[in-house]
Design a protein around this ligand. Structure first.
Ligand SMILES: Cc1cc2nc3c(=O)[nH]c(=O)nc-3n(C[C@H](O)[C@H](O)[C@H](O)COP(=O)(O)O)c2cc1C
Ligand SMILES: [Fe+2]
Ligand SMILES: [Fe+2]
Length: 405
């Protein structure tokens, strides 16, 4: 196979001798369980052909036909020997029932995976499927191709696993190292820089699991897993940028941040926006990178991508009926689930009479484990020069915090 070119085999793509991408491209997918995907996504499955054959992961159920057509280019699906289930979430396991109608292939899966498999496929025949429970270090010899299993517990589900093809040194990393992009290309060097897409994926899917991730990276070292290709189940395969993505994952897992501040807000009549703009301008004037993010103009997942390497942020909400503006509430709920590390934050907003939003933002941030710079800034109705001066002070404080990192 030429290094700079993806060899095509009628729809299946050979990524090493006897190893094929047989996944599906979701060109029109625009929402992945709440993750806005303007560029679509892919569900990657891989067929490994030794003396025996193994399929690593399947695709989301509506794409079963597309996957089966690709498999058929290489082998008769009814002759498939094994299926490796790295992860039971339905974007990867959703086609199992369809596939099992055509093959008796034995399934290799983690113990926790069996529980989820029965959770989803009980009644669709899973009680009769031939399963083998595997754990870290177990190997499956296909004859000329050896698969080694690596449990990746909580990356990002209890059952998650990755599989290493020893001879070709390909790590089938499932959701790890994924990106939500749809492309007819299969390799990083064919599409340009995909690290930002991987960052957005990491921030929204893997951010809460930095401890399991660091542990897993230790397991890779211990088991001598030194891949030449990392083939995730979403997006492109890492080859040229393999070291770069591993470095990026290490930095993200360690919570490394840059001199960068976010000002995240919504507004009804523009006052909180005037405050946000003034805060952002003061951060910029202090020589620190700043991003102004209106919650109705930016997706949650875009904001979390920006959050990944931000040292500090401000959250602004007007008071609506004694409390938060709904988009701010939505964002804070989402943020709490993702538990970003090593960040400092401050609350601000405009109110009319009793107020309430700023206190609620502060409480939510504290509950998320974020260090809150007190006190938050509340102003009545529209900010004038005195209030704008307080906004600038707050911006300077955020810039100073970012510079300390
Ligand atoms: C529907 C609605 C409900 C409001 N409820 C409250 C409230 O319960 N308490 C309060 O202090 N202000 C309340 N306000 C006043 C706003 O907080 C005030 O107008 C503020 O300046 C709006 O900031 P903004 O321009 O950033 O939207 C309410 C305003 C609207 C439009
Ligand atoms: Fe998943
Ligand atoms: Fe996935």
């Amino acid at each position: 196979m030429g290094d700079m070119e993806t060899e095509k085999t009628d729809g299946a793509v050979e990524i090493a001798r006897g190893v094929y991408w047989v996944g599906a491209i979701d060109w029109n997918g625009r929402d992945f369980h709440g993750f806005t995907t303007p560029g679509g996504t892919t569900y990657n499955s891989y067929l490994v052909v030794g003396e025996k054959t193994a399929l690593i992961d399947t695709v989301k159920a509506p794409f079963a036909g597309e996957m089966l057509r690709r498999i058929t280019q290489i082998i008769d699906p009814s002759k498939l020997d094994y299926i490796v289930v790295n992860h039971m979430e339905l974007d990867h396991a959703g086609s199992l029932a369809e596939l099992k109608k055509q093959t008796d292939a034995k399934i290799f899966i983690t113990k926790r995976g069996v529980d989820i498999l029965n959770g989803y496929f009980r009644g669709l025949g899973s009680e009769n499927w031939d399963l083998e429970v595997v754990q870290t270090g177990d190997e499956l010899d296909l004859g000329g191709k050896t698969l080694m299993f690596l449990e990746a517990t909580m990356l990002h589900w209890p059952d998650s696993m990755e599989t290493f093809l020893k001879e070709d040194r390909i790590l089938f990393s499932n959701d790890g190292f994924g990106q939500h992009i749809a492309t007819s290309k299969r390799y990083d060097f064919e599409v340009g820089d995909v690290i930002p897409d991987a960052a957005e994926y990491y921030a929204n899917i893997l951010m809460p699991f930095h401890m399991p991730l660091l542990r897993f990276m230790g397991v890779l070292d211990k088991m001598g897993v030194d891949p030449l290709q990392i083939a995730p189940s979403h997006g492109i395969i890492w080859k040229q940028d393999l070291k770069k993505i591993l470095e990026a994952y290490r930095a993200w897992a360690n919570g490394e941040v840059n001199e960068k501040v976010l000002v995240i807000y919504d507004t009804m009549w523009g006052s909180t926006e005037i405050m946000a703009t003034e805060i952002a301008e003061a951060v910029r004037a202090a020589g620190v990178e700043v991003k102004l993010l209106n919650l109705r103009k930016n997706t949650r997942n875009h904001i979390m991508k920006e959050m990944l390497d931000a040292a500090a942020f401000a959250v602004g909400s007007p008071t609506l009926n004694n409390g938060l503006f709904p988009t701010v509430g939505d964002f804070l709920v989402y943020l709490k689930g993702l538990r970003p590390q090593k960040k400092k934050a401050v609350a601000f907003g405009s109110y009319g009479w009793g107020g309430g939003a700023v206190k609620t933002v502060e409480k939510e941030l504290k509950d998320t484990g974020i260090e809150v710079l007190e006190p938050g800034l509340q102003i009545r109705y529209r900010p004038y020069e005195k209030e704008l001066e307080r906004c600038r002070k707050l911006g300077e404080q955020l810039a100073a915090v970012a510079k300390e990192q």
